[in-house]
Design a protein. Structure first.
Length: 133
């Protein structure tokens, strides 16, 4: 059986909260952060991505070059977004009444694969909560 929980991303302050999704004791976003920080190459971009998250949490208007909606259907209940820096992406969706959920981050070069993984985890989480798309 799958086990999910949410962890508050305390460094993101705003009107809305951001949470990291943990699946079976593994947090994809924490793993991504560790990878970026250990490599050292994109640490500045990771900080920029977090700043974009904070801007979103404070309802600031963001250009599509920084925040791109992934959801095509306007009737979709759980809107998906991609935070963009030059080389990094952070994927999250909004769970109405519970906050913004960060599922994973990735490098631009693996974007298509990461979006598939993001949607798979999102759908597993919604099923876990017994919510329907």
């Amino acid at each position: 059986m799958q086990d999910f929980r949410l962890l508050d991303i305390e460094e993101i302050q705003g009107l809305f909260r951001f949470y990291k999704l943990v699946k079976n004791s593994i947090c994809q976003f924490d793993d991504f952060e560790s990878l970026i920080n250990n490599e050292g190459t994109y640490a500045t971009e990771l900080n920029r991505a977090k700043a974009i998250m904070e801007d979103f949490a404070n309802k600031l208007s963001l250009p599509i070059t920084k925040l791109r909606p992934l959801t095509q259907d306007r009737n979709e209940k759980f809107k998906e977004y991609e935070i963009k820096t030059e080389n990094l992406r952070v994927y999250f969706f909004i769970l109405p009444g519970r906050g913004d959920i960060v599922v994973l981050g990735g490098k631009k070069t693996k974007q298509k694969k990461d979006i598939k993984i993001f949607r798979k985890i999102k759908n597993e989480y919604l099923k876990f909560l017994n919510l329907k798309k």
